[in-house]
Design a protein around this ligand. Structure first.
Ligand code: AMP
Ligand code: MG
Length: 278
């Protein structure tokens, strides 16, 4: 299965989330069958991240968006734990602070954009400013509707600065969300994740779907494509995202930089140092 082809939202195309099955698991029958493949994709990601860091001329930005319990945290834990912390970061965007609100909506985002050589994972992102902000009418339509263009231009600027951008919407069903809420309620290790808003947001599901559809349609671009990932099965989500990330990093033509020293000379000095040992 070509995950990039299967799940990309082609720039300019229409999106109907209701037509995408959140429980899709491709040809993979079970987690057991996919586990080895996930491990191998995570291994590829780690090897390529080493090259990205060494090469230090490009960067990678991964945006994760989903409704509550959609699996953003789990995706980060499962897929990026193998990457070297030197060169990999996560930025989580919560409700903006007073000082953040006093600036333009991209101000706090730009500050967290990856530097050359880095992988940055956005756990929520500037997209909240056209999603939650729209659904809850935090600013007038006239304000948020102009943001699609601003977002596309911002991302184009990052891309021109050699940042690869991949955006993932983790698509779950309302039933799956409720099953995860139940788990949160019953498992003491997960209760800390519960928030009041989980339940009030859930009642706004259709409004969120509408907001996501328009957002993804208007901001899936050649330089920053969206992927809608069937995410009811956590292992399938992990497999799809890790493969797409690794395939994309492969395309970045990352290579080890040339040594910055004259190796012949260094070799001579090494032997001299070795010979000088008491
Ligand atoms: P969580 O990701 O579960 O920790 O929740 C973070 C909360 O912050 C979510 O309810 C988001 O909708 C909210 N949030 C993130 N960015 C914004 C924003 N720009 N404006 C308003 N709420 C936001
Ligand atoms: Mg939450």
């Amino acid at each position: 299965m070509n995950f990039r082809k299967a799940f990309i939202v082609k720039p300019g195309s229409k999106l109907q989330l209701a037509k995408i099955d959140p429980a899709n698991a491709g040809d993979f029958a079970s987690h057991k069958k996919a586990a080895g493949e996930i491990q191998s994709q995570v291994g590829r990601m780690d090897r390529l991240q080493y090259l990205l860091y060494a090469d230090a001329s490009q960067s990678l930005l991964i945006v994760l968006q989903a409704l509550d319990a959609g699996g953003k945290d789990g995706t980060i834990r499962h897929l990026f734990s193998g990457m070297n912390p030197q060169g990999t970061s996560v930025a989580s965007f919560k409700e903006p602070s007073k000082i953040e609100l006093a600036h333009d909506f991209l101000w706090r985002i730009h500050l967290q954009a990856p530097a050359k050589g880095e992988v940055m994972i956005f756990n929520r992102s500037h997209y909240e400013d056209v999603l939650v902000v729209r659904v809850h009418k935090l600013v007038p339509r006239g304000v948020w509707s102009k943001r699609f263009k601003l977002i596309n231009e911002f991302e184009r600027m990052l891309a021109a600065n050699r940042t690869r951008i991949l955006k993932f919407f983790l698509h779950i069903s309302p039933d799956e969300q409720l099953a995860r809420f139940k788990q949160r309620l019953e498992d003491p290790a997960r209760q800390w994740k519960i928030s009041d808003s989980d339940y009030s947001e859930r009642t706004l599901w259709p409004k969120y779907m509408e907001a996501y559809e328009e957002t993804i349609e208007r901001t899936s671009t050649e330089h920053a494509p969206w992927f809608v990932i069937p995410a009811n099965h956590k292992w399938f989500r992990d497999l799809a995202i890790s493969t797409i990330v690794a395939d994309t990093m492969e395309d970045m033509k990352l290579t080890l930089p040339q040594p910055r020293v004259d190796l012949k000379d260094i070799r001579r000095r090494f032997h001299a140092a070795e010979n000088a040992k008491p």
